[in-house]
Design a protein around this ligand. Structure first.
Ligand SMILES: [Cu+2]
Length: 178
């Protein structure tokens, strides 16, 4: 933004100089007002074009086909683990994470710091679509859910099931954004 002001002043300077030497204080004052108005207008144009670019890239991102990844919470043998127990995502890509629970027990997908580091577009389960931030998902036996999101903040995050005893029994994992 600074270059804009500097450039603008460079162009305007000779006129301001004339203003200082020849013009009455009143004209000098109005010159200053004109400068301020022009700068405001220029910054307005600059900001709105930036917003247009941002809106455009969000639009493109949502049209991008989602990369599909599946994770199972437990398995049909009722083992307490995530399969796979390590997930990796690239920042700025759009993902569809399919969660399923093939076991006879209820499980949680709990990864709060990970959830803080992503932008959630939606979570879909059955005929319901939930928009906005999600921190934890509970899947009943046979349950399925789809989580569409864009990873933003690189890091290594812990995943676990918050049912008493499940984490300790091995129901934990790691999610990396890099
Ligand atoms: Cu569990």
């Amino acid at each position: 933004m600074n270059w804009l002001f500097t450039g603008f002043y460079k162009i305007l300077y000779p006129f301001l100089d004339i203003g200082v030497r020849w013009a009455s204080p009143r004209l000098w004052g109005s010159l200053r007002q004109i400068t301020i108005v022009c700068l405001l207008l220029l910054s307005l144009i600059f900001t709105s074009s930036n917003q247009a670019i941002a809106a455009n890239s969000t639009d493109n991102l949502l049209k991008q086909p989602a990369i599909e990844i599946t994770i199972s919470l437990g398995n049909s043998a009722n083992e307490l683990k995530f399969e796979p127990d390590h997930l990796e995502f690239v920042p700025g890509k759009r993902y569809l994470l399919r969660l399923n629970n093939p076991s006879q027990l209820k499980h949680y997908f709990t990864a709060k710091d990970f959830a803080d580091g992503i932008w959630t577009q939606k979570v879909q389960a059955g005929k319901v679509e939930v928009k906005g931030a999600i921190h934890e998902l509970e899947l009943k036996p046979g349950g399925e859910a789809e989580w569409v999101f864009v990873p933003l903040k690189p890091g290594s995050y812990k995943l676990h099931c918050s049912i008493a005893g499940h984490t300790e029994a091995g129901m934990n994992g790691e999610i990396a954004i890099r």
